[in-house]
Design a protein around this ligand. Structure first.
Ligand SMILES: [Zn+2]
Length: 181
């Protein structure tokens, strides 16, 4: 965790991080909470060669650059989890899901520029109009190609398959495991 020292309210060098959740100023009493952030992820099972595959994006940015994630991201202020899921899906793979249904939630740590954000990741099962894996892959396009390096389908027919996938975040491991319970 990056040490923030200067209070954004009184400007003195009297800020400390307490109880693993807030910055507190001993001079003016300011409390700045590092609250849990809400994020969403879409679990899309797609058929390829008649086998179930999971649709993943390759991360183009830190944290966990080069690792795989389910499409998703942070919930914006004023947005519902469902709205965030549809928006992130459109931004990251250029596609609007045909349906989304709640799957599970899991905690995650997201380290960005030396600050550890604790998130509550909310996962939805998603379907698309196009159900053929290869055809779907050929239609995908990220809004920002620096953020998303590419798209992959990995076999997912039993829980042991999850270990073979270089997933970026532990919450996705929990979400994929929940499919087999
Ligand atoms: Zn202060």
């Amino acid at each position: 965790m990056k040490e923030l020292k200067y209070c954004p309210n009184c400007g003195k060098e009297t800020l400390s991080y307490v109880n693993n959740r807030k910055w507190s100023c001993s001079e003016c009493g300011l409390s700045l909470y590092n609250n849990v952030a809400a994020a969403v992820g879409l679990v899309a099972i797609i058929k390829k060669n008649n086998r179930d595959h999971i649709l993943l994006v390759k991360r183009g940015k830190m944290p966990r650059k080069g690792f795989l994630a389910v499409p998703g991201g942070f919930v914006d202020p004023g947005e519902s989890a469902e709205e965030a899921a549809v928006r992130e899906c459109h931004e990251e793979i250029g596609m609007t899901p045909k349906s989304i249904t709640y799957l599970t939630s899991a905690t995650n740590n997201y380290q960005y520029k030396d600050i550890d954000y604790v998130t509550c990741d909310i996962f939805f099962k998603a379907t698309f109009e196009e159900s053929d894996g290869d055809r779907l892959l050929s239609q995908l396009k990220a809004e920002d190609s620096n953020e998303i390096q590419g798209f992959e389908l990995h076999p997912l027919e039993k829980s042991e398959d999850i270990d073979k996938i270089p997933l970026a975040f532990k919450s996705a491991v929990v979400a994929l495991n929940s499919m087999f319970k």
